[in-house]
Write a protein that binds this ligand. Structure first.
Ligand code: SF4
Ligand code: SF4
Ligand code: SF4
Length: 338
């Protein structure tokens, strides 16, 4: 197979936008032709892959180690042997390859170009499919109304306290998009994702206390906690900004929450306490707040169909005039008991 065809095939395999100019180039930068043929032969054990490609088992074993480190090969124990596979989709290729410890600067720059030039249309196409969101917002816990029902899945602190193992990696979106100066080393990896990170060397192991400190610093920096959209098996807590992230900017732009489920909470503004200072309006990462006339006077209005229930407005309000109220039942979180 011609070299260009190999990289086109790898791009198609992960569902890259048809005709993408940059994804085949990213593949070409991260793997040579021999490695590309091996990836296209996956999934399989070392023995399977040697048989399919005609490479020796020693060569395959050595190549999968290199590709694992680069983030384009994953290992899984199955029936007493180790199976190797390539990224399943574009976002997995994005997230894993960007934290390749030896990633050259021009590789990261090309990802940045892709995010600017090609990703917006891809995100719009994914949003139009109406799939269940993969991720969900977790609110700043201290902003929840007193006495609220708080499920473990609603609490970033509980999620990290319950994790078997924790690691932190750099935020792949900010590493490549570079649109803001928000903290970078804040992507929390939990359980199997933490084990993968530590084994691969793409991040570092941390304690529960360090993870809580990262959550606190992220809240202070105006970042939004985002986790898996299911009640169990949490494997990540991202701390997202509204400019570089793969989901938040599109909520603002498309007015859709398909890429990201909101939390179970919605802000309520106490008009008696509110001084109309505008801090919350500026702080909202999806521009869901505005000033409006209500009952003959100015007030802060929440666009409920846009709000993701992150709690940043309440966290920043100097008058403590906002509380987050529970508006969705526990079953809203897939896998949560009623
Ligand atoms: S999803 Fe959020 S925290 Fe995760 S990498 Fe992107 S911006 Fe960073
Ligand atoms: S209004 Fe904005 S800042 Fe407040 S909870 Fe909703 S999305 Fe977050
Ligand atoms: S930050 Fe608080 S006081 Fe200021 S406008 Fe918002 S709700 Fe009102």
């Amino acid at each position: 197979m011609e070299a260009e065809e190999l990289y086109q095939k790898l791009s198609a395999q992960i569902g890259a936008p048809p005709g993408s100019e940059r994804i085949p180039r990213l593949w070409k930068m991260i793997c040579n032709e021999k490695e590309a043929s091996l990836l296209l032969a996956m999934p399989g054990t070392v023995e399977d892959l040697a048989r399919k490609t005609g490479f020796s088992e020693e060569e395959v074993a050595s190549m999968v180690r290199v590709l694992f480190r680069k983030g384009v090969t994953f290992e899984r124990e199955k029936g007493g042997s180790v199976q190797y596979s390539m990224p399943r989709h574009l976002l997995q290729f994005h997230d894993a390859s960007i934290v390749w410890p030896e990633a050259p600067a021009d590789f990261l720059a090309l990802w940045g170009e892709f995010m600017e030039a090609e990703y917006p249309n891809f995100a719009r196409a994914v949003a139009s499919m109406g799939l269940e969101p993969f991720t969900r917002v977790v609110p700043v816990e201290q902003t929840l109304e007193g006495g609220s029902r708080v499920l473990p899945a609603d609490s970033a602190v509980k999620i990290v306290e319950q994790a078997r193992r924790l690691a932190v990696t750099k935020c792949t979106c900010r590493l490549t998009s570079k649109k803001c100066s928000a903290p970078i080393e804040v992507c929390l990896q939990l359980n199997r994702a933490a084990e993968y990170t530590i084994k691969r060397g793409s991040g570092r192991e941390i304690t529960v206390e360090e993870a809580k400190e990262i959550l606190r610093k992220s809240e202070e920096a105006g970042l939004v906690h985002v986790t898996d959209n299911r009640a169990s098996n949490e494997h990540i807590i991202c701390n997202c900004c509204s400019c570089c992230c793969v989901a938040l900017p599109y909520i603002k732009e498309i007015g859709s929450r398909v890429l990201l489920a909101p939390s179970r909470f919605l802000p309520e503004v106490n008009a008696e306490k509110c001084t109309l200072c505008g801090v919350c309006v500026d702080a909202c990462p999806v521009k869901a707040l505005s000033f409006a006339q209500a009952a003959g006077r100015d007030s802060v209005r929440v666009k409920e169909d846009l709000c993701i229930g992150c709690g940043q407005c309440a966290y920043r309000c100097p008058e403590e005039a906002i509380d987050l109220k529970e508006v969705r039942n526990p079953e809203f979180v897939p896998g949560a008991a009623a």
